[in-house]
Design a protein around this ligand. Structure first.
Ligand code: BTN
Length: 323
């Protein structure tokens, strides 16, 4: 269970639980006495933090002068590599501002990388929004891709990532996932995942240099801030299944590695439409007016009918709310 207001906590000081988790993830044997002295908290507070982590799924052994992580939902390079079938440089962090920022650094160095973080201080969403990314509960990661695609085709990367991620979640959890155009995944009528793709264009301006596909998935149950209650959910909350975050991330990265071929032939758009929860529904457009969704085109654009006229719009210019 993640502390309420956890984001504010990071701005001031990490909680005892997060300090402890950071040390445990580094593979350290953590002495309760030392940690309580370092943080000026009681031994009982340290013990409470151990219990909170165990409740959140971490397996912690005590004895030999301290606590040691023995298993549970721990993100690690070793566990990811077990499931990865394509070659990526792997960077697993305990905490970042945003994995997209770190991934861009690798991209600029010419690398094809996957950056995973247990939590993010400033997770970024579409349209300048913040993405809630507390520790120990989600899969927050960014994948650097270098598919050879025209800029027009490259715009389909987010839609492709949505199909790949939706199928991976369905495969591991057994639950049904819906895609809300353009970049959100839903379970049980609420959001479980958002995708933020950022691209760099080649010097001549007509092809993609690299793309960073950033994906945030709510995997385990957690306490949500007020503005997300009733709007967001997690895979565990909807299916009761606690999937392995490493396997989920690797499955999606494996799918993303196929982006060039899949986007070039375009067949995945049929799956996108089948999984859509928005086609033939009424929506609120940019919080301003109602429209009926006629369909989603092969180029990823949406057809909105309003006041007798049909408009074609793309993901960068519109935000839709299901009615
Ligand atoms: C959205 O819902 O608008 C998109 C959210 C994307 C969140 C992911 S989490 C990993 C990566 N790093 C970020 O800062 N954002 C993306």
């Amino acid at each position: 269970m993640v502390d309420k207001g956890v984001l504010e906590l990071y701005n001031k000081r990490m909680s005892v639980k997060d300090e402890l988790l950071k040390k445990l993830l580094d593979g350290e044997l953590v002495s309760g006495a030392e940690l309580s002295a370092q943080l000026s908290v009681s031994r009982n507070a340290v013990w409470k933090a151990v219990q909170e982590l165990e409740k959140a799924g971490y397996e912690i052994a005590s004895g030999g002068g301290g606590y040691k992580l023995t298993g549970g939902n721990v993100l690690s390079e070793a566990a990811l590599s077990r499931y990865l079938t394509s070659s990526f440089s792997i960077d697993v962090e305990y905490e970042t501002d945003s994995t997209n920022n770190i991934a861009k650094g690798y991209a600029e160095q010419g690398k094809t990388a996957i950056v995973v973080s247990d939590g993010q201080r400033k997770g970024r969403g579409r349209l300048g929004r913040e993405f809630f990314a507390p520790h120990g509960t989600g899969a927050y990661f960014s994948v650097v891709l270098r598919p050879v695609l025209s800029l027009e085709r490259a715009q389909l990367l987010t839609a492709y990532a949505a199909v790949v991620a939706a199928k991976a979640v369905e495969r591991l959890s057994g639950g049904e996932v819906k895609i809300k155009w353009v970049n959100d995944l839903f379970m049980g009528g609420k959001k479980i995942c958002g995708i933020l793709t950022e691209a760099s264009v080649g010097i001549e301006g007509s092809t993609l240099d690299y793309a960073v596909v950033g994906i945030g998935i709510n995997v385990y149950k957690t306490e949500l801030p007020d503005h997300l209650r009733g709007v967001a959910t997690s895979i565990e909350a909807e299916t009761g299944v606690k999937i392995d975050r490493n396997e989920l991330i690797a499955l999606i990265a494996n799918g993303l590695a196929e982006a060039e071929g899949a986007i070039s032939n375009g067949k995945f758009m049929n799956d996108y439409r089948i999984m859509s929860n928005i086609i033939h529904r009424e929506v609120l457009v940019n919080g301003e007016y109602s429209a009926f969704v006629r369909g989603i085109e092969d180029d990823g654009a949406i057809l909105l009918e309003s006041s007798g006229a049909i408009k074609k719009m793309n993901g960068g210019e519109v935000s839709l709310k299901l009615k």
